[in-house]
Design a protein around this ligand. Sequence first.
Ligand code: NDP
Ligand code: HEM
Length: 500
Amino acid sequence: MENQPKKLTTASGSPYFENENSMSVGQRGPLLLQDYILHEKMAHFNRERIPERVVHAKGSGAFGTFTVTHDITKYTRAKLFSEIGKQTRIFLRFSTVGGEKGSADTERDPRGFALKFYSEDGNWDLVGNNTPVFFLKDPKKFGDFIHTQKRDPYTNCKSATMMWDYWSLNPESLHQVLILMSDRGTPDGYRHMNGYGSHTFSLINADNERVWVKFHFKTAQGIKNFSNDEAVKMKGLDPDYAQRDLVTSIDKGDFPRWNMKIQVMTEEQAKTFKWNPFDLTKVWPHADFPLIDVGVIELNQNPDNYFADVEQSAFAPAHVVDGISYSPDRMLQGRLLSYPDAHRYRLGGNYEQIPVNRCPYAVNNYQRDGQMRVDGNGGRNPNYFPNSFDNIVADESYKQPSWELNDSLAGWYDRNAPGENDHYTQPGNLWRLMTPEQKINTVSNIVGAMSGIEGPKRDQIINLQLCHWFRADLSLGMAVAQGLGISMENLQGAMPQQHA
Ligand code: NDP
Ligand code: HEM
């Protein structure tokens, strides 16, 4: 049957005899209005593009499995973790952040690491990055920050001036900027980098007890990065390097894997932690909160069609499942709202019915109608709740324990709380753990990037940013200043006063 020829048809299924010559008046005459097949082909082509993601537009994705290797049921009742050996199907989309859909894969940029677990209690989306922290700690700043990573409104070019102006005026970004400027800012494809849920989330167990949690995915392929020069060269040689690398390795049966681990903090520990445990610009040190093994994710199936599954995939931090929930992290709170809104704009109100986004298990509710409703729309069942007919119930066993918004938790909402404006200790810790070679590369990357700052505010921006590097670690500040050719005398005069 496979080799039997199939008839060419219109989108409505009507076979037709010819596909390359428009219907015309005689051999050399004009075209006929009645050539519906010509209209259909041109009209459909005109509608092939959907809006690209406003961030993370360039990406690659694959299906795979998550396998539980260790028991964490004392922390969570989420069914996907219920027993060792249990497997759950996943979809993982990697991405760069700032570039357009056609941009190069090896740009210096964080990488997206967006996971969808098709669990029997619904789809769980963990929409993380390859870094454990982020540039900001308040969602109100996100749009302004992203504008600095895109194109200048006048030149329509990327602008180092915009980037460093913003970063220098927002020292909370320093930790993420240092990671970005290290060689981890240019990973060798997607297989050789870690993934992080980044935010603090919560886990809830069968006794309805809550702990705070961070998710980590350590690459089993080992960390491998490009040097700045290699990354720049690769932009020209193969702008789709990471896409090609992923598809090829899965096609060869060389399935990439990541070891999933968690860090756990009790509600009591959160009250006395020296930093705000819900601050996305900070990590929880491993020595205080060791990594706990959970399982393995493996990518083992390329999507047959890129647009169908990768372009149309939609992830939302709001999509959690029973046993996993939110935290007071303000960035997470902002993202809960933003993503489904973006998907409704990009893919339509029924985006959750697109196969890659669809929950493969029961979905019962009273949402009806809307454009592209393709799932039968609830058939003849009641479209209102409560009703006396369909026996769909709200199950109280899914209720979560309430949050105690006591003084210590509320205290973390105070921008002046202790440690809240310490933007320097953790970047300093990262700098101090780098090897001499990593330090040399990082400083060279910073100097290269800051050398692009231009215009009348150049010196002011450089001085302010230098001040942040100095505060993280004296030797880091000195190395960057030297690299930029700034002498000690100029430096001392230029040092800005305390700011936060
Ligand atoms: P540890 O020495 O226990 O851990 C250091 C971590 O840094 C390791 O996870 C390592 O990842 C990672 N790392 C090494 N080089 C870089 C780099 N250039 N960019 C990003 N991550 C890197 O230290 P602490 O837990 O006390 O943390 C110290 C600093 O390490 C933090 O301030 C933070 O910048 C960084 N870090 C901490 C993480 C955490 O969750 N605690 C997670 C990631 C980074 P790997 O093991 O994969 O090589
Ligand atoms: C994509 C907003 C912070 C990771 C997106 C999209 C939006 C967005 C609108 C496009 C969604 C789409 O069209 O499908 C925001 C806002 C943030 C924020 C408002 C802060 C308030 C973060 C953080 C991370 C992150 C902190 C990681 C820790 C991602 C990833 C994608 C994405 C991985 C791509 C998902 C995919 O592959 O489809 N973000 N973002 N974002 N964001 Fe964020």
